[in-house]
Design a protein around this ligand. Structure first.
Ligand code: G1P
Length: 293
């Protein structure tokens, strides 16, 4: 029986939605309260039992490598000041090895995944997208890995979105359902408004078999002129089962401004250090707002 041990995190995007913040800083390093978004993703992979992560980076992404490295000067300073709680926060995860590869041209998500093919070899693997953070009792990726253990087939994480948002996502055309798992007849990347086959959207978590690389090798472009992972998944689905799994948990979209701010507020309201004061502040703001409306 095969198991999933390796994960790819594509992090080569330009982050144009967050300019000017992302002019000199990778969007993956933007913090939600006090942790960069990519750290939430790495922690989910570790909690799911992943042993090796490869981050696909691009130009100007050096800060990501520095973040997941030891910083002896800082650690030494914290030891001397006896700030042990902070020391724990900056220490690097020891349960996983993190590797890096560069995507030399921005040719799309499918191409970014293809860049990691030599690292993956002939094994099933996970892909986690940094724009989606999921809070769940059982980590989202672990839910998909359990499905893989059962089916030995590719599994794609999906959740429902409102009809008017389907054009922003990869959408599945479901055939049959068993529990939360769907058999799929078609995977469509960003269908035009009003043409989506369902409102079950791909949410940035994938378990894929290595046969996907045979399709990515073809470098065919799709929606937006990019090499789309969803298109290769559809081709894979024609030769072997690719399931969709409606995972449990709350998904946050940190890839766009409003989603990012909402995530920040939600996570801050769960943070012991600041939640009480923040709640009071927000309550005051809402009261003021009501007075002026
Ligand atoms: C990517 C995928 C899309 C998926 C989405 C999830 O799109 O191509 O299938 O639904 O992530 O966030 P992007 O948002 O990078 O354009």
């Amino acid at each position: 029986m095969k198991t999933v041990k390796k994960a790819i995190i594509p992090a080569a995007g330009l982050g144009t939605r967050f300019l000017p913040a992302t002019k000199a800083m990778p969007k993956e390093m933007l913090p939600i309260v006090d942790k960069p978004t990519i750290q939430y993703i790495v922690e989910e992979a570790i909690e799911s039992g992943i042993e090796d992560i490869i981050i696909v980076t691009g130009k100007g992404k050096r800060a990501i490598e520095d973040h997941f490295d030891n910083n002896f000067e800082l650690e030494d300073n914290l030891v001397k000041k006896e700030k042990f709680e902070l020391l724990e926060k900056v220490k690097q995860p020891s349960k996983v090895d993190i590797h890096y590869i560069r995507q030399k041209e921005p040719k799309g998500l499918g191409h970014a995944v293809w860049c990691a093919r030599k690292f993956i070899g002939d094994e099933p693997f996970a892909v986690l997208l940094g724009d989606d953070i999921v809070q769940a009792e059982k980590p989202c990726l672990k839910q998909l890995m359990d499905q893989f253990d059962e089916t030995q087939s590719s599994v794609i994480g999906v959740q429902q979105v409102p009809d008017e948002e389907t054009h922003r996502y990869g959408i599945i055309d479901p055939l049959t359902i068993e529990g939360r798992r769907y058999q799929v007849s078609n995977f469509v990347e960003k269908p035009e408004q009003g043409t989506a086959p369902s409102n079950l959207a791909i949410m940035g978590r994938y378990i894929l078999t290595p046969e996907i690389f045979g399709f990515l090798d073809r470098q065919e472009t799709g929606a937006g002129g990019e090499i789309q992972l969803t298109d290769a998944i559809q081709k894979l689905n024609e030769i072997q089962n690719v399931y969709a799994y409606d995972f449990e948990g709350k998904r946050y979209d940190v890839g766009e401004k409003l989603g990012f701010v909402k995530t920040t507020v939600d996570m801050a309201l769960e943070n012991e250090e600041i939640k009480e004061e923040l709640y009071k502040y927000l309550a005051k703001k809402i009261k003021e707002q009501k007075m002026t409306v």
